[in-house]
Design a protein around this ligand. Sequence first.
Ligand code: COA
Ligand code: AMP
Length: 635
Amino acid sequence: MASSYHEVYQGWKMDPQGFWKEAAAAIDWFTPAEKIFDPSHGVYGAWFTGATCNTCYNCVDRHVERGRKGQAAIIHDSPITGKKRTITYEELLDEVQALAHVLKELGIEKGDRVIIYMPMVPEAAVAMLACARIGAIHSVVFGGFAAAELATRIDDSTPKLIISASCGIEPGRVIAYKPLLDKAIDLARHKVTKTVILQREELSCDLIEGRDFDYATTVGEAKAIDVQVPCEPVAATDPLYVLYTSGTTGQPKGVVRDNGGHMVALKWSMQNLYGIEPGEVFWAASDVGWVVGHSYIVYGPLLHGCTTILFEGKPVGTPDAGTFWRVISEHGVAALFTAPTAFRAIKKEDPKGEFVGKYDMTTLRTLFLAGERADPDTIHWAEDKLKVPVIDHWWQTETGWAIAGNPVGLGTLPVKYGSPTVAMPGYDMRVLDDAGHPLEPNQLGNIVVKLPLPPGCLPTLWHADTRFKDAYLAEFPGYYKTADAGFIDEDGYLYIMARTDDIINVAGHRLSTGAMEEVIAEHKDVAECAVIGIADKLKGQLPLGFLILNSGVNRDPAEIEKEVVALVRDKIGPVAAFKLAIAVKRLPKTRSGKILRGTMQKIADGEEWKMPATIDDPAILDEIGETLKERGISD
Ligand code: COA
Ligand code: AMP
């Protein structure tokens, strides 16, 4: 089919408000918007002001009311525990109402924050929806973060309650969540006085009398009396959730998502970008702790009346490199969305794709990749083995949905390998030089979005309008800074090349090297440090830390390196994947004292590099190169 993309994009450009007004008709509102876009509201304006709505109603109730009662809403497929569970829309409504009732009984009101610290179990999605139902603002924290990271999020979002579980499960180990939760509550300045804990069969935990409430007991009691909890009308501009993402320091950014614009954008994307019909099965193989999980495990598919898969496992090792194909064939998945790193992991285990042939995957129409740059090798392999279009698309926690993609629902455009294709309606993309001047096609620069951002994108950071302005809007007035560098070609295709800040991307996970440096600097024997991201065949990038030890330290540097690795794991969490720390004598710096991280990264990756004109002592770069060779990090 010929793509209607250009027509649709032009239509949006000619009449942005008309475009989003039409898209908003797919959502059920309690009261319609007075203004589609109000430039006087919030930091840069707001979408659907005056409207009231409820996200849970749109995700659950309306499907029950309109013929989807018996359809599976969530399929939990957990090869890591050997369990599977299907929850219909009707059952989901019961479960969500019951938990919403429990939350209300525990004193949660509209506008209160609730942290959700859970593994990939359906109760995590139920918790998100229960909060949405009563107008509480959830903040999901990824299970791979350590107690200190959880504590930082507790202090910033000041929740009244935390919903958690007794454990998460990683290959070969059960992770007790309760000690992490208790430690985080202890560490945080803001005191959380109530929790709801889901006890899992794999490992149960002790509950603290008066503080910890058992999920099964409380929800079970609410179900037994068949509680009805109406959906609370909230303003379209009210926050649905806060999701923390890495910034340039140890203080993560609380990305705020509103209710109205978020629903409109996600619903539009399900049909027009992903090309999915209501009733079909959509699978985002990510985690509810990431934005992909929020948007496309929970909200997008449910808003659209789809069945969503909540997968608790890994692409390899649970039990083998055929797991993804089994899930697709068993549940009739129409579209799979994951990070390229998952495919690199599968390709490494099963280069010939022999597992693919063992399953009937005729339902699969499209594979979507995001979260990191999709390398052409991985795309070619996936195309060759799966025989379906492989669509790279680019977005960020901040935007909540794709900035650029190849719109399957509108008809796909020709693929250019290495490009996530074109801007979605709502995004007016520009490439600017560092002084803010527009660049010609194919010239590398800062990728920015002309304000306003479309519905679904962050209106601000949680209780931090000034930080929001400083971090995203100040450098290029009138534009949102994506902090990605790249270019746009003569056909309007975007190319995303690198971050312009110190964020690195490890296995599709966004991590701050600055945050790691802050942790390393706490070690008593470390005088100075620098963390860079080096290329890794599997995970895309891996963090590597250089340490300068305090003078007078005469312990074995290898011992200190190990302690530093353990410290980062303990403070940030295993997800940091920080396993490489090297003690060096000196760090290369400019004459003004700036550490030359970029040059060190090029040396480590074996890329061509130029001696920076401003370098203080050129010999230090040779020393670094030698050390990297000795340690087997570069050749
Ligand atoms: N709870 C606790 N620990 C967790 C965790 C969680 N929810 N998730 C990951 N971890 C741990 C891992 O067990 C690992 O620990 P280890 O150092 O003891 O081995 C560490 O954090 C690093 O995790 P990760 O970088 O994900 O590596 P991995 O070896 O476990 O898996 C992949 C590698 C490629 C298979 C996996 O990252 C993957 O499937 N990624 C693609 C999908 C995805 O997550 N995308 C996110 C955005 S779309
Ligand atoms: P996150 O906020 O975790 O989703 O990470 C967002 C960042 O991941 C972006 O700013 C990019 O640097 C990177 N990213 C995400 N998707 C892509 C993609 N398709 N191509 C290149 N980089 C991507």
